[in-house]
Write a protein that binds this ligand. Structure first.
Ligand code: DX5
Ligand code: ZN
Length: 220
């Protein structure tokens, strides 16, 4: 069984001490940096944009997993590739021509991800799953860190796992929102490959230990 991955979400980091928090992730057992880009239109919040991402990638030594919560993401695919994104995830709900968007992401040399809001059914990916490297199941409504985990997520993970197996796809399953030590193992047991954790990691008193414990649970 391949190892399950932990992706701390930088949205919950201390922006006045960003380099320090990036070094924490570099040193920790974490696998990816999860970077949330919000435009204030697709979601009711604005996070940060290109200059901050550039500052992050300058110091980050692990995979850069960018989660775009923006309308019309096609406009920025090339820019995010140039900024060093390894995985670029767009929202299903923000893409009119999802298949075209996925090809455009791959043509820029990145892995292509699709995020689904809590209200969006897995079956919308029936015809694109073989073109998707990663599906990000939102386990909170996107826009803010620190929200409570939506329990229906377990059903969605199982449904997605079934779809991936049935279509013989090699898509990874990522869970984003409200991930803690309470749900990590159950999510992995349901089929998750990547766990994003923001508040749970950065608001803890010993972040290195929190990441180590989460990784241990996910791989237990
Ligand atoms: C929410 C973001 C998440 C968020 C997760 O819109 O996509 O990545 O940072 O934060 P927590 O782990 O605090 O729910
Ligand atoms: Zn995210």
């Amino acid at each position: 069984m391949s190892s399950k991955l932990i992706a701390p979400s930088i949205l919950a980091a201390d922006f006045a001490n960003l380099q320090c928090d990036i070094e924490m992730v570099n040193t920790s057992d974490a696998d990816w940096f999860h970077i949330d880009i919000m435009d204030g239109v697709f979601v009711p919040n604005i996070s940060f944009g290109m200059p901050v991402l550039q500052a992050i990638t300058k110091h980050a030594k692990k995979t850069i997993d960018v989660h775009l919560m923006i309308v019309d993401p096609d406009r920025y695919i090339k820019t995010f590739a140039e900024l060093g994104s390894d995985v670029l995830t767009v929202h299903y709900e923000a893409c009119t021509h999802l298949h075209r968007t996925l090809q455009a992401i791959k043509n820029e040399g990145m892995k292509a991800g699709v995020a689904l809001n809590p209200h969006t059914n897995i079956n919308v990916l029936e015809d694109t799953i073989n073109d998707i490297d990663l599906v990000c199941i939102m386990s909170v409504n996107p826009g803010f860190g620190g929200q409570s985990f939506i329990e229906n997520t377990y059903n969605k993970v199982s449904q997605l796992k079934e779809l991936i197996t049935r279509k013989r796809a090699s898509t990874m399953i990522e869970i984003d929102g409200g991930v803690t030590n309470k749900n990590a193992k159950a999510l992995v047991d349901a089929g998750a490959d990547v766990l994003v954790a923001g508040s749970y990691v950065f608001k803890s008193s010993d972040q290195i230990k929190t990441v180590k414990d989460l990784k241990g649970l996910a791989n237990s």
